[in-house]
Design a binder for this molecule. Structure first.
Ligand code: P6P
Length: 345
């Protein structure tokens, strides 16, 4: 049966609604590759599985006050020495189950696991690797506040020993893709494969992430500075001088949610700067390079912003270990430049 083109012309608002609803994440990824090659289809399928994990996590978060074992702690400590929340464990399992037996990625590196997990056991190590913080800011959950998942996609380095996963230790500039899922008033997925930053909103009635903004640009300057001033006395003189500067200067406002993804998303959209500096006790800071700072730095640069440790670009750092920590200063170019100026004294 040959379907003729619709004879009736739909009202433009209806046509716009249809066009919006069909621009789903998987189709957008294919468009980004401008091809239907096997690699493009693999990436599209990979993003569909990441999206599935996100939908599972969003669903459980939405019911966390109603289902057992969704709130509170598991009683164990994760590889970072932090108390593991029930939802940390659930989110980690959701990513594992969504990605196993797909053949799309071979290794999953996670904040919640000391060593990467093979998906499945016998897959070729040459396949892509996914690095995740499955639930960032999870201490916010019991207070019903925003949290997020962060992901990064790497191609293992060739001619590199696979022992100790050295083939995954590569600068963030080598990432094939990076993004995050923000579990807020709406659930949003933001990603880049190096061709701009694009955001999608989960439409629960469709069960699809639908494009809501493409080619996001971070303003050159913003009014927000985001850092935990409770550590003021432990920071370097340079960071302290930046904080004193924004206290004196009109036009700055403080926003800090306790969830990196939420604070970064605000800055990506509205401009400003997020800082998690090192302290005297922890000069490397708290945030992890490979599955927190590097993927967000990739997005920041793709959106016209920048990300630095204070002395070097986040994306240029050659990791020494999978769970390495780094200080992070990320956001609008002019705001980050002001921090760097203060650091230089
Ligand atoms: P602090 C959450 O644990 C996290 O990794 C980020 O999401 C967040 O920005 C930061 O740590 C909060 O840490 O020390 O300010 O509570």
């Amino acid at each position: 049966m040959v379907l003729s083109s619709p004879s009736t012309v739909l009202p433009s608002s209806t046509e716009r609604e249809i066009s919006r609803d069909v621009l789903t994440l998987s189709r957008h990824v294919l468009q980004q590759f401008e091809s239907f090659t096997a690699e493009a289809q693999d990436f599209s399928a990979l993003f569909s599985r990441i999206a599935l994990a996100g939908k599972m996590i969003a669903r459980r978060l939405g019911r966390s006050g109603l289902v057992e074992d969704a709130l509170g702690v598991t009683g164990s400590v994760n590889v970072q020495g932090e108390e593991q929340q029930q939802m940390d464990d659930y989110a980690n399992r959701a990513f594992i189950r969504a990605l196993e037996q797909t053949g799309l990625v071979c290794r999953l590196v996670s904040e919640e696991m000391k060593t990467p997990i093979r998906l499945p056991e016998n897959c070729s190590l040459s396949r892509l690797a996914l690095l995740i913080d499955p639930l960032d800011g999870s201490s916010n959950i019991d207070a019903n506040l925003t949290v997020g998942s962060i992901f990064s996609v790497l191609r293992p380095r060739e001619n590199c020993p696979e022992t100790n996963n050295e083939d995954l230790l590569q600068p963030g500039r080598q990432q094939l893709a990076a993004g995050y899922i923000l579990y807020g008033p709406s659930t949003q997925l933001v990603y880049s494969i190096g061709k701009g930053v694009h955001s999608f909103t989960l439409d629960p009635s469709l069960g699809e992430f639908v494009l809501c903004q493409s080619c996001i640009r971070t303003p050159e300057r913003g009014s927000v500075y985001s850092l935990n001033e409770g550590y003021f006395c432990q920071w370097s003189e340079g960071i302290q001088s930046f904080v004193r500067y924004v206290h004196r200067r009109d036009g700055y406002t403080s926003r800090y949610s306790g969830a990196l993804v939420a604070d970064f998303h605000r800055i990506l959209m509205q401009g400003g700067v997020y800082l998690y500096p090192g302290t005297q006790k922890k000069p490397e800071g708290k945030l992890r390079l490979m599955y927190e700072a590097a993927p967000l730095a990739f997005l920041a640069e793709q959106a016209g912003g920048m990300a630095t440790t204070g002395t070097e670009s986040i994306l240029d750092i050659f990791p020494q270990s999978l769970h390495q920590r780094v200080p992070l200063i990320i956001g609008s170019r002019e705001n980050v430049a002001e921090v760097l100026h203060c650091l230089k004294g």
